[in-house]
Ligand binder design. Structure first.
Ligand code: UDP
Ligand code: MG
Length: 317
């Protein structure tokens, strides 16, 4: 099979038929074999009914229905597990992404050998309250991830080589950082394609408010941390802890030494608590020990983590 089209959806019954017909038309016209996997993320409208209908008339239509709303990342994750096509394309269900882009995206993966191609909605039809924070978000994501050629991390329209989606685990709100996940898994040929974007035709956006930015940044932070130190916590905390302990030790030698010196010389020895070095020594040594233990505990935790030995093997003979 050439293409799996993975479509997460939450209450989008109005657009599904139109989207399906459009995808079908495009794939037929380019003689691409395909499957469409709709993941109904706990819709409360008649979305699942429509999907059942569609699959009855077209064998290429498959579906997963969640019992409740788990979020877009969970939906994508399950779609990725089910996908069988050589190229996996994700798109939103709201008709904002155009199926006309499918053949070109397919070509970029198969002929230009990209691992991942992300859509770039250069001209967006979203309200300003959405586009301005998005710019900020993308700038940060570019910096942290080191993928400097992507303008639009969060675009729903993306194409992947099959290996990529089978090697990454999307959870929480990580769907915004899939290129970063892919890069961490060793897929570095990441490209971009300018895509057409349309205003939402039916329904309203499922992602609003400030919440998504706070959570978005926290996710980015934990991804960065996991990627940098996740497998070797002792290297960070152990190092920091030892360093602090060392400074604490020097400070306490200064305190103890000057006290002894004063006693030996018979000068009136000041109280050790009068010296600022006493407090520096105290805090540094306490914090250093804590840090060291944190690293040690982190190491124990990561030793017990089920994915401690999960490496993405590219080839095997
Ligand atoms: N979506 C989903 N689960 C959710 C929220 C959204 O599957 O909990 C789907 C939604 O139905 C759509 C896609 O994710 O197909 C993108 O959502 P939306 O269009 O609301 O986001 P926006 O384009 O406004 O960023
Ligand atoms: Mg949308």
């Amino acid at each position: 099979m050439n293409i799996s089209i993975v479509i997460p959806l939450y209450n989008e019954d109005e657009s599904l038929r139109e989207l399906h017909a459009w995808i079908h038309k495009v794939c037929e016209a380019h003689s691409l074999t395909y499957e469409v996997i709709f993941i109904d993320d706990g819709s409360t409208d008649s979305s699942w009914k429509v999907i059942e209908d569609l699959s009855q008339n077209n064998n290429n239509v498959k579906g997963i229905q969640f019992r409740r709303n788990y979020g877009k990342s969970a939906a994508l994750y399950c779609g990725f597990i089910k996908a069988q096509g050589d190229v996996v394309i994700t798109m939103d269900a709201d008709l904002q992404d155009s199926p006309d882009e499918i053949p070109e995206l397919y070509k970029m993966i198969t002929e230009d050998h990209y691992d991942l191609v992300s859509g770039y909605k250069k001209k967006r039809y979203d309200p300003l309250s959405k586009t301005i924070p998005t710019k900020l978000f993308n700038a940060t994501a570019r910096k942290v991830s080191g993928i400097h050629n992507l303008h639009d991390f969060n675009c729903g329209l993306k194409a992947y080589r099959k290996d990529v989606v089978k090697s990454i685990e999307v959870y929480g709100e990580m769907h915004r950082y899939i290129p970063y996940l892919a890069k961490n898994a060793g897929f570095t040929k990441i490209g971009e394609k300018i895509v057409h974007h349309q205003a939402r035709k039916y329904g309203s956006t499922k992602f609003g408010g400030l919440n998504r930015f706070v959570n978005g940044y926290l996710d980015l932070l934990s991804l960065w941390f996991l990627n940098t130190f996740g497998r070797k916590p002792m290297h960070v905390f152990g190092f920091l802890g030892s360093l602090m302990f060392f400074f604490g030790l020097i400070a306490s030698i200064i305190v103890g030494g000057s006290k002894l010196y004063a006693l030996a010389e018979g000068i009136k020895a000041p109280l050790v608590t009068d010296s600022p070095y006493f407090y520096i020594a105290l805090t540094m040594m306490l914090m250093g020990t804590q840090m060291f233990l944190t690293g040690f505990i982190g190491e124990l935790v990561s030793r017990n983590a089920s994915e401690r030995n999960e490496y993405h093997i590219k080839n095997e003979i």
